[in-house]
Structures are given as structure tokens and as C-alpha cells.
Design a protein around this ligand. Structure first.
Ligand code: ADP
Ligand code: MG
Length: 238
């Protein structure tokens, strides 16, 4: 299970309101893409869902339970960032296993889980390397693998492909789509790339200045945008 519900979610930094009342239900297993201009609050929303940022108002619910006060480690969420965030002193194998080690799993359990995901993402030849010995694309595959190893209910991706060149972006996007099919996990994915949004999403959430401008299936938004802002973002003919 990994259903997510946001009820009138708000966030202010000092006197600045950044998220201004977001209501959203993401069903278990859904691939939900957030799009919107830089600074509209996409990362802040993800960080509140993950528990990396306090909520100023409203609720985050996972599978019906309010988690506003739960620390990130208790939310069964894994987040993948644009900047990989791997530990430089650890090998790929140890980066991938670290969360399980911290959760107290046995060496054998960790070894098995890491091997299974390494196979899934074709990471076997890289397992003894350190992040500095990997290309950007390889690092991001490791960061995705590290998230998968934890078997989270909910994956959060924050512009995971934006540091990759065009060919790798396509390759990694296809890999993420395959992972979604195989794992049947709920995924929330932030991007400003229209092709990524249109091809990956079950539903797209268009954000503008801390509010939801429109939510719908890709072709619904494309064919019937609520306003010129949504049309511009989705690439509908205007
Ligand atoms: P996006 O990911 O859509 O580009 P962000 O969620 O990163 O947008 O930021 C939304 C707004 O909140 C921006 O105006 C940003 O400057 C502001 N912001 C984000 N984090 C902080 C912070 N820790 N302190 C103050 N302002 C912040
Ligand atoms: Mg951002």
C-alpha cells in the first residue's frame, strides 16, 4: 500500500507563503507527475511529504494515517534527488545497503536485497566502485537502486534526470517506467520536461505559485487545459 492524501497543505518560510493550500489524493500504485515553473513549490511539497520539512498547516496522510509528526525514517518513503546524494566514501554496494543496515537487518538479508536490485538495474559490474568512479548516469542508477532496496511504499523523485544528457535521460526514464510496472509502487515525480511528464504519468499535477492549477491524465490536460498557463506547460496548441 502507498496511498497519499494531502489536505489543505500549507508551507510558509517566515512571512512568505510558498504552498498555499494543496489538496490531492494519489492512489496506491499511481504514477503522479508534478510540473510547474521554477520556484512554484514542487520540491517543498516533496520535502513535506518525505518529512524533511515541517508542515505549516494541513495534513499529510499515508494509507489513511496522518504522518505530519512522523520522522522521515518512519514514513516508508524513499526520495531520489537531482544530485544523487551518495556517500562518497562508501562503495556502491554499501551505499545501497546502508539504510537496511541502519534498520538493523542482517548481513545476509542486506546482501540478498542489494543483489536483487543490482540485477534489476544492471549494476553488478559497479558494486565495488565508489561514486567518484562512476558517470553521472551510473550514479543516478545507484541512487535509484538505493531507493528500491528499501522497498518503500512511496517513491519521490525530484527532477532525477535533469543532470543527465539527452540520451541517458531517455534511457533512465524508460528504466523508471519499467521499475514502476515491476514494483507497482506509488511514485511521485517532479520534472519540468514535458516529454517525461506525458510519457510517465498516470496523472499530471500542474502547480503554479503554491497552488494546483489542474490535475488530470496527460491527454485530458493536453486536450482540455483549464487555462493558458496549463496549456503552456503541457504544450497544448493555443
Ligand atoms: P521548485 O522546486 O518548484 O523550484 P521550491 O519548492 O524549491 O520550488 O521553492 C519554492 C519557494 O520557496 C521558492 O521561492 C524558494 O525560494 C522558497 N524556499 C524553498 N526553501 C526555502 C527555505 N528553506 N527558506 C526560505 N525559502 C525557501
Ligand atoms: Mg525544485
Amino acid at each position: 500500500m502507498g496511498a497519499l492524501k494531502l489536505n489543505n497543505l500549507r508551507k510558509s518560510f517566515g512571512a512568505v507563503d510558498v504552498i498555499k493550500g494543496v489538496d490531492l489524493e494519489v492512489r496506491d500504485g499511481e504514477f503522479c507527475v508534478f510540473v510547474g515553473p521554477s520556484g512554484c513549490g514542487k520540491s517543498t511539497l516533496l520535502r513535506m511529504i518525505a518529512g524533511l520539512e515541517d508542515v505549516s498547516g494541513g495534513d499529510v496522510e499515508i494509507d489513511g494515517a496522518r504522518v505530519n509528526l512522523a520522522p522521515p525514517s518512519k514514513r516508508e518513503i524513499a526520495m531520489v534527488f537531482q544530485s544523487y546524494a551518495l556517500y562518497p566514501h562508501l562503495t556502491v554496494r554499501d551505499n545501497m545497503g546502508l539504510a537496511l543496515k541502519q534498520a538493523g537487518q542482517s548481513k545476509a538479508e542486506i546482501g540478498q536485497a542489494v543483489e536483487r536490485v543490482a540485477t534489476m538495474l544492471s549494476l553488478e559490474p559497479l558494486m565495488e566502485r565508489r561514486p567518484s568512479e562512476l558517470s553521472g548516469g551510473q550514479r543516478q542508477r545507484v541512487a535509484i537502486g538505493r531507493a528500491v532496496v528499501r522497498r518503500p511504499k512511496l517513491f519521490l523523485f525530484d527532477e532525477p534526470l535533469s543532470n543527465l544528457d539527452a540520451a541517458l535521460r531517455v534511457h533512465t526514464r524508460i528504466e523508471i517506467a519499467r521499475l514502476h510496472r515491476e514494483l507497482r509502487a506509488t511514485m511521485i515525480y517532479v520534472t519540468h520536461d514535458q516529454v517525461e511528464a506525458m510519457t510517465l504519468a498516470d496523472r499530471i499535477v500542474v502547480l503554479n505559485a503554491g497552488r494546483i492549477a489542474q490535475v488530470g491524465a496527460p491527454m485530458e490536460l493536453y486536450n482540455d487545459p483549464a487555462n493558458t498557463f496549463v496549456a503552456g506547460f503541457i504544450g497544448s496548441p493555443q
